[in-house]
Design a protein. Structure first.
Length: 402
């Protein structure tokens, strides 16, 4: 696509890849530490969920700050913070590593509102207002990292133990340096290339603003995030407990993340065509089917089909949900990005923690059996959201900066 050939957008997207490449190591690293440090499922849920929660609760603040001082240094600093703290945790390889992994998430919290805002703004220019399509391409790079990362991490852990993950810095450091150079305010284009589109401060919200709608929206995001978090956070441990070797665990986790990445792009493009709420409802409903089948079939060859299908349908709603939230605060896109991503990550973190408690009280298969029910509830909540017809506009690109 033309947007992927744009150097400014590619810089933002590549930085997203680097940040999430580091973040993708947390789940498989915790599965590794479970064996070397004797951690329980609750311990895994606490650290994995704590990483997501630390990133989540910091994002609204960083979004507010970005709307005031710009994205450049927070995006760059966020990447290097995460890389540095995780590196220390890998070198220690003891219980002191666990809180460090949670603290490392603050770098992710700084980057995501900045990256989401800048990528979406660029997308308005290049795609004539197709915000979800642009957002889906930005998130694709992050989900590609979460797809490739576990496979890379599984190989490095198997070959070199925990310090082997330091080889990932070969990818991360050059990307961070490029971001510091290229992500400048003057890099943002002043004129559009083609098409009429609504600038953010004139964009019509997808939803009618009111407490019932906002509550239903928040609950829908909560249940969706819980399902995603349970799959992403506990799939490696479930497979290890089932006798799958570490290399195949990384591959199957990568299949889930890869499916999520594919679903994200397809869902983003289709939501611009058919409407956000339709895509969110349909894909969440469909997600319940492969998750249900996986939960009841267990460790069989069918998991090579069911796991990626689960990822595809869960991931398909991500971009639509984010753009719907951005439209509620069009003049403060970084703040809106921080709030919605913060909500998604924090509810994912809480879901992971509760799933850990459920798993310790019963087993991990019970967690996966509950997930289809949560997906169906999230889909039904989407039907309660009241929409609003779009407003046509032909404003200039310069309004994007207001």
């Amino acid at each position: 696509m033309r947007l992927l050939r744009d150097s400014y957008f590619f810089t933002i997207a590549a930085t997203h890849f680097a940040v999430d490449l580091l973040g993708s190591q947390i789940a498989i690293l915790m599965a590794f530490f479970a064996q070397t440090l004797g951690l329980s499922n609750t311990d895994i849920g606490l650290v994995t969920g704590g990483y997501a929660l630390a990133s989540a609760i910091s994002q609204p603040f960083f979004g507010w700050l970005i709307d005031r001082i710009g994205a450049r240094w927070l995006a760059t600093g966020g990447l290097f913070w995460t890389a540095g703290i995780i590196s220390i945790a890998l070198l220690l390889q003891n219980t002191a590593s666990l809180p460090l992994l949670i603290i490392a998430a603050l770098g992710s919290g700084a980057f995501h509102p900045a990256g989401t805002m800048e990528a979406t703004r660029r997308g308005y220019e290049r795609f004539a207002g197709r915000a979800a399509t642009a957002a889906s391409l930005f998130f694709l790079f992050g989900q590609a990292a979460y797809s490739l990362g576990p496979a890379m991490g599984g190989f490095l852990l198997k070959q070199f133990s925990a310090p082997g993950l330091l080889f990932l810095l070969i990818v991360v450091v050059p990307i961070g340096l490029n971001t510091a150079i290229r992500l400048r305010p003057e890099s943002y284009p002043k004129d559009k290339e083609s098409g009429d589109f609504p600038p953010p401060d004139e964009m019509e919200p997808e939803l009618k603003i009111g407490w019932p709608t906002l509550a239903a929206f928040a609950l829908m995001v909560t249940f969706r995030s819980w399902v995603y978090g349970s799959m992403a956070g506990f799939l490696p441990k479930y497979l290890l407990d089932g006798g799958i070797d570490l290399g195949r665990v990384g591959l199957l986790t990568a299949l889930f993340m890869g499916g999520s990445a594919i679903g994200n792009v397809v869902g983003g493009v289709q939501s611009d065509r058919w409407g956000r709420r339709i895509i969110v409802f349909g894909t969440l409903l469909l997600a319940s089917i492969p998750i249900y089948a996986f939960a009841h079939s267990g460790i069989t060859n069918w998991m090579y089909l069911l796991i990626p299908l689960s990822g595809i349908f869960i991931g398909a709603s991500q971009s639509a949900v984010v753009v719907m939230a951005q439209g509620l605060m069009p003049a403060r896109m970084a703040t809106a990005s921080g709030l919605i991503l913060g909500l998604m990550f924090s509810t994912e973190a809480m879901g992971i923690y509760f799933s850990g408690l459920i798993a310790d009280a019963t087993n991990l298969q019970t967690v996966f059996k509950i997930s289809p029910v949560l997906a169906i509830i999230a889909a039904l909540l989407t039907l309660t959201l009241k929409g609003r017809s779009r407003r046509k506009t032909s404003s200039k690109v310069s309004d994007l900066r207001s």
